[in-house]
Structures are given as structure tokens and as C-alpha cells.
Design a protein around this ligand. Structure first.
Ligand code: NIG
Ligand code: FE
Length: 372
């Protein structure tokens, strides 16, 4: 680095022997939402399952109701506060999904916000269209309703989102209570025809064959994967589709079955880790906490977990040439931790050891360093 001509103009920061990592790349978040669902938290603790709560009008539809009623300004204020917290925990790039709007106006409201937020604050935001999150209430009255919603996504929203360049990826929640494998295929293929690369919520609550569908379509990533079987694990081991694991969901929902990270890694899969920041299953944006869960619950080593949350997350967002590692030619995206050994980053949990975050060479979080 020092030998490069550009280095002459650079500042030297003295970081006092702390641990320096590439900034985290959080490849799965539902950044824009209107409010928490703390009211459902108590129901969950009392024993209600995520699906039961959803069947009784809670769950994603609860967040849809709140988002539709919220102004763009209020949503923006909440997202900006979250983005500052992402930066404070060492994240420099995050993916953000729509999916709490589920009608033309509200989905466009979220996707437009992604673009505004990208322009107005330092972190990099990668936008994903998730119109196929669940079937909205107004399409639930008749047996043909869900298919009409899928048609609306394919013929109306996806073309408009692509035309206005509001998203880079198209995602589907393929699960019981959401979209079938056949519907997911239709939506993701329509996305592809319009230049939106596929990714998929797969095998979270039940096994639907979503992971196999994702790989068949060349998806950038299959996310969740708690319910995969041996054939899925073998296929992911041979595939370039990333296996994105989000242990924050299982932790928050109190589920015992975490994704089989060890078999996936040992079988050759590209495993990444993400927070899945969202109000229903994973209300956290703290990547170091996800690393702690990955080590203790998924049996990943600290080194595997850090690679999963940096370079493999970048690969899942098709930005591995640009971010995710500290190399000449890549962006200056850096997270510095106040620990003596990188293993202490997951080892300490529930405390923030991130001392400074740098995005594109600019300090976006942290104290005033000693400049040499
Ligand atoms: O990734 N599974 C679907 N989507 C989210 C949950 C969204 C919600 O409950 O609000 C997830 O877990
Ligand atoms: Fe999600």
C-alpha cells in the first residue's frame, strides 16, 4: 500500500494495536419498516408460534398495516437511526428489501427510500424488491386472489421497479403461508427477464424445495436454510449460489433448529452470515452478535464467521471485486475493534467492541484517532 502513489496524500491513523477488519457486509436486511412488533414478542414467549401469530393477522401483515399508514419522512427517520447503528457495529454495506408495502404505492415508497438513503448517508445500500413477501389482505378473499397478486407483481410492479432502476435483486419468501415453489419461480423468472437477479428466502419454517429452485435459477443466494435436507446440502456444496445463514431469527423466535452450518461448510458451500434485521424474526442489526451466535450455535470458527460476514456477504451481493476484504484496489471499508485478538469479537457478546468504522476512506463512526 505504502508504495502506491495515492498513499502520499493519505492520512496515517494510529489505532493502538486494535484489530482491523474489512467492514461487515450484511447481505440480508428488511431495513425499512415502520415500527417494532414488541406486542407479538410476549405472545411468542407465551408459546405462540410465528405462523400462529401470522394466521391471526399479526406477523408480516401487521408490519404492512403499519408501513402503509406511515409517512415517508417517518420511515426515513427510523431507517437513518438504524443506519447509524449499523455503522456503529462495524457494517459498511447492507442489502435492504422492500416487502412491507405489498401494493404499488407502498412498495415504490420503500424502494424510493432506499435510493434516497443511499444518496444521503455514507453506508452502501443494495436494493432488493420483495413484493412477494406474503399475499396482502386485499387479495386473500377468493381462491384465485393469490394468483392475481402474483400476476400484478409480474405484469405491473416488476416492470416498473426495473424501469425506474429501483432494485438490483428480486427476492421471494417461499414457504408455507407465503408463496409456493411454482409461484416463486414465476416471480423470480419475471424479475430476471427485467434484469433483477434472483435471491430467495428458502427452507426457513418448512422445506418447500426453494433452495433447489434458487440454485436452478442461478440465484445469488438462498437464505435461512434451517430445514434443508441432505440432498440440498450436497447441491449447495457444489453450487455458486451462496448459503446465507441468519441465526438471529432462531435465537429471537426461540427455535432449537439452527441451519446446519458445519455440514454446509464441510460440504463446500459458500456460507455467508447476515442479521436479517426485521421487526418479526430478527430485531437486531448487530453483526458481532450474529458472529457470537454463529460460533456458539452453528459451530463455526471465529475465522469462518468473519469471512462469512465480510467477503462471502460481498459475494452474495455480487460485489466481491469491490468490497469484503482489505486489498489493494478495493474500497477503504474498514471496521476496527477494541480487542487484542480477532477471536474476541465473537467471544464477547452483547457488548459493542467496534471502536471505529470507515466507509470509502471516511470515518463514519468512532472517536478521534491520533493522526501521524
Ligand atoms: O426473513 N421470512 C420472511 N421474512 C422475514 C420475516 C419478516 C417479518 O416477520 O416481518 C425473515 O425472517
Ligand atoms: Fe428476510
Amino acid at each position: 500500500m505504502e508504495a502506491l502513489p495515492e498513499a502520499k496524500a493519505a492520512d496515517n491513523l494510529y489505532v493502538g494495536g486494535r484489530v482491523v477488519l474489512p467492514g461487515f457486509v450484511d447481505s440480508h436486511t428488511h431495513l425499512v419498516h415502520a415500527a417494532s412488533r414488541a406486542e407479538e414478542y410476549e405472545l411468542k414467549i407465551a408459546g405462540a408460534s410465528y405462523e400462529e401469530i401470522a394466521r391471526n393477522g399479526g406477523g408480516i401483515l401487521n408490519s404492512v398495516k403499519k408501513l402503509r399508514a406511515a409517512t415517508s419522512e417517518a420511515l426515513k427517520k427510523r431507517a437513518l437511526a438504524a443506519l447509524r447503528e449499523f455503522a456503529a457495529n462495524g457494517t459498511t454495506t447492507l442489502e435492504a428489501k422492500s416487502g412491507y408495502g405489498l401494493d404499488v404505492t407502498s412498495e415504490l415508497k420503500i424502494l424510493n427510500l432506499h435510493q434516497e438513503l443511499l444518496r444521503e448517508q455514507p453506508l452502501e445500500i443494495v436494493s432488493t424488491f420483495l413484493g412477494a413477501h406474503v399475499v396482502p389482505t386485499e387479495y386473500r378473499g377468493t381462491p384465485r386472489g393469490p394468483q392475481h397478486y402474483v400476476s400484478m407483481l409480474i405484469h405491473r410492479l416488476i416492470p416498473e421497479v426495473a424501469e425506474r432502476k429501483l432494485a438490483e435483486f428480486c427476492d421471494v419468501f417461499c414457504d408455507r403461508g407465503a408463496f409456493s415453489r411454482a409461484q416463486s419461480e414465476q416471480v423470480l423468472e419475471a424479475g430476471e427477464r427485467h434484469g433483477l437477479a434472483p435471491r430467495i428466502h428458502a427452507e426457513q419454517l418448512t422445506r418447500t424445495g426453494a433452495a433447489q429452485l434458487g440454485m436452478q435459477l442461478g440465484a445469488a443466494s438462498c437464505d435461512h436454510l434451517e430445514q434443508v435436507n441432505h440432498a440440498d446440502i450436497r447441491a449447495l456444496g457444489k453450487s455458486r449460489t451462496v448459503a446465507t445463514l441468519m441465526p438471529g431469527c432462531d435465537f429471537h423466535l426461540g427455535l432449537k433448529q439452527y441451519a446446519p452450518a458445519r455440514s454446509l461448510i464441510d460440504g463446500g458451500a459458500i456460507v455467508s452470515l447476515a442479521t436479517d434485521y426485521n421487526p418479526g424474526t430478527s430485531p437486531t442489526l448487530n453483526m458481532p452478535m450474529i458472529l457470537s451466535l454463529a460460533c456458539t450455535q452453528l459451530r463455526m470458527t471465529p475465522a469462518e464467521a468473519i469471512a462469512a460476514a465480510t467477503i462471502n456477504g460481498a459475494y452474495a451481493l455480487r460485489r466481491d471485486k469491490d468490497i469484503g476484504s482489505l486489498e489493494v484496489g478495493k474500497r477503504g471499508d474498514v471496521a476496527i475493534f477494541d480487542v487484542e485478538d480477532y477471536r474476541e469479537i465473537p467471544y464477547y457478546f452483547g457488548v459493542n467492541k467496534c471502536w471505529m468504522t470507515i466507509k470509502d476512506g471516511e470515518i463514519v463512526h468512532g472517536g478521534s484517532p491520533y493522526r501521524m
